[in-house]
Design a binder for this molecule. Sequence first.
Ligand code: BDR
Ligand code: CA
Length: 311
Amino acid sequence: MTPTPIIIDCDPGHDDAIALLLALGSPEVDLVGVTTVGGNSTLAKTTANALRILEFAGRSDIPVAAGSDAPLVRRQDTATHVHGETGLDGPELAPAVGSAIDLHAVDYLAQEIRARNGKLTLVPTGPLTNVALLLALHPDARPERIVLMGGSVGEGNRTPAAEFNIWADPEAARRVFDSGIDVTMIGLDVTHQALITAEHGARMRATGRTGTLVAELLDFYGRWHEHMYPDLVGSPMHDPVAVAHVIAPSLVDVRPARIEIDCSWEQGRGRTNVDWRGRHDTPPREGHVVGLGIDADAFAELLIERIASLG
Ligand code: BDR
Ligand code: CA
């Protein structure tokens, strides 16, 4: 089977970092490159963190292109309360040796999409600023599919209405969902079911240095979730689920939907209004797909196995 070429557009971020490692350990996908965006932390930090993870995994051959440091319209909102000052607090991870390539993420994305005649899946796991700018600046460079982590059918996590990635740049999100490209939304409804527990962490730690890194990331990342979501047993693996859906599509229960982004400046700002029940006045939009559930045990096993494969 030919691996699916993917680019992860991310803001590492603990779960972004684990998503990168999951992709590196999975033969079903070919991680062509990594693009970064300001989100969980500033662009300088998310870019350094992407480099640190690739270097840790011995994959500094994979290019990292730095992108947008500010949302299209709103002021930047970071998530230091979840990911710490560095964006990747917890483990002792060496500083990056290499640096990002000399091409803006948006131009790099266009280059790679064109080189493959669009046959590339884009996996955004941060705010959608880079993707919106790609659509605006390079309208001919359209990936055949976007599988993104963001949004929620139900409750948000940054505000009662909004999930962080969409909240961080709602105008960009609207452009992406309105683009006509096939967009699969992996939101909190799915990722809050994809919980990695302390026991899972211990199993990963026992598999080697990569498993130990993931376990240490989880130790830090779990603290905020324990505080905010005492009802959840374990930490939600938001970004890895988007990658896992590309690797093993049947893990996630997906439905056609109609997804609209609230760009008002009211309480609903950043909310993804998702109709998957097919109400007569909001028919599904061509290409819109929403994840609603996941085989959580199978996901955890996949993650543990793929992290273990990295040694
Ligand atoms: C998303 O927000 C970020 O903090 C995580 O990395 C994830 O992409 C979850 O809402
Ligand atoms: Ca992220």
